[in-house]
Design a binder for this molecule. Structure first.
Ligand code: KG4
Ligand code: ZN
Length: 352
């Protein structure tokens, strides 16, 4: 056998996604880059926008309604009949349990009906293995995962071997961006809105904290930053009865700069800590929606360059939640560990 072809399903947050991926095999093991034959992502943002965040019950219902459609579209776009697949993979956790259950049950149903193996994939492993899918990055490497729900710096040592070097002790950075947007009357998701506002702002006007920056280790905190921003806004409102457009731009710029500084500084520290194990061509990859942020990317580029590392930034559609990463991670798991039983549980929590 020269390839594994998998259908992947993702439904752990607010994206309903299905994809077909071909993983080339070398000595029986997947070796990237893989071939994405199709990748369908149905965004639920408009369903949750009015609430300023993902509502689990609404998400679960939408996944249950849309998974079949996403699968049909993915198979059709790939031109792959079910019989040509080697397995069906789905995110089995961590995530909002209603959504994870929908995806796992859908994948098990397809697998059972078509007589195919089923593979349950850890969503975080999906993100962490994405640079293997996109450019065949060799183990080991570092990964900075920054999304609305996650904030971790991981050493990726193998398909099922991860070491957590640090992460947020409270809010994920995307969550902080979303809350800041809400505080300032901007739309959801907040990250892109805050970034747009920040373009016309002065990041130095407000003295915002960089929590945990001067502490050793790679842990981070974003909730204090968000609180400081709320206080700065409240002071303005008290003094002048509201905030001007320029105030808002300056607040956004200040917040974004502080968040980027914290992430880049802690990442730089992780690079130094992992350098002895990183091999001759050390690489750090990014994933998660917050990796779209230009200021953060710039700060990470600078940190990586200063340490002699390469920054690997997969295309944004593969940094945010998608099913191609689940199909790829499923192939890596299937090749090494074989299929999962059909009674594999869906897990709301599943640390790597
Ligand atoms: O990875 P993702 O699509 O979904 C999960 O959270 O799993 O990430 C979404 C998060 C949201 O919190 C959103 O506000 C944030 O990523 N985000 C950004 C930007 N684009 C999206 N944050 C900062 N700057 C951006 N340009
Ligand atoms: Zn994710």
């Amino acid at each position: 056998r020269t390839h594994l072809t998998l259908l992947g399903l993702e439904s752990s947050c607010d994206e309903t996604a299905a994809a077909v991926v071909r993983a080339p095999l070398r000595d029986g093991l997947p070796e990237g880059p893989g071939e994405i034959l199709s990748s369908v992502v149905m965004d639920q943002a408009s369903l949750h926008a009015a609430y300023g965040g993902v509502v689990p019950e609404i998400a679960a219902r939408a996944h249950a309604e849309r998974l079949d459609i996403a699968v049909e579209q993915a198979l059709e776009a790939a031109g792959t009949p079910l019989q040509a697949l080697d397995a069906v993979a789905a995110t089995a956790g961590p995530g909002l349990i209603g959504g994870v259950l929908s995806g796992v049950m859908c994948a098990k149903g397809i697998a059972l009906g078509a007589g195919l193996p089923f593979v349950g994939v850890n969503h975080l492993a999906g993100h962490a293995l994405t640079p293997r899918l996109t450019e065949g990055l060799a183990y080991p490497y570092l990964m900075l995962l920054v999304s609305g729900g996650h904030c971790q710096i991981l050493a990726v040592l193998g398909p099922d071997r991860f070491r957590r070097l640090g992460g947020s002790i409270d809010d994920a950075p995307g969550e902080a961006f979303d809350k800041v947007a809400k505080l300032l009357g901007l739309g959801y998701p907040g990250g892109p809105e805050v970034e747009r506002e920040a373009q016309g702002g002065d990041p130095g006007r407000f003295d915002l904290p960089r929590p945990l920056m001067d502490r050793p280790g790679c842990d981070m905190s974003f909730s204090g930053l968000k609180t400081a921003l709320r206080r700065a806004r409240d002071r303005l409102v008290e003094a002048q009865g509201g905030i001007t457009r320029q105030d808002r731009a300056d607040l956004c710029a200040g917040f974004q700069a502080a968040a980027a500084d914290v992430l880049a500084q802690k990442t730089a520290r992780a690079l130094r800590a992992f350098a002895p194990e990183a091999g001759p061509a050390p690489a750090i990859a990014v994933a998660g929606g917050v990796a779209a942020n230009t200021r953060l990317r710039g700060a990470l580029e600078a940190a990586a360059e200063a340490e002699g590392w390469r920054l690997v930034a997969p295309p944004l559609r593969l940094c945010t939640d998608n099913a191609a990463m689940i199909a790829w991670a499923g192939a890596e798991k299937l090749a090494r560990e074989g299929a999962d039983a059909l009674d594999l549980p869906a897990r709301p929590r599943w640390p790597l």
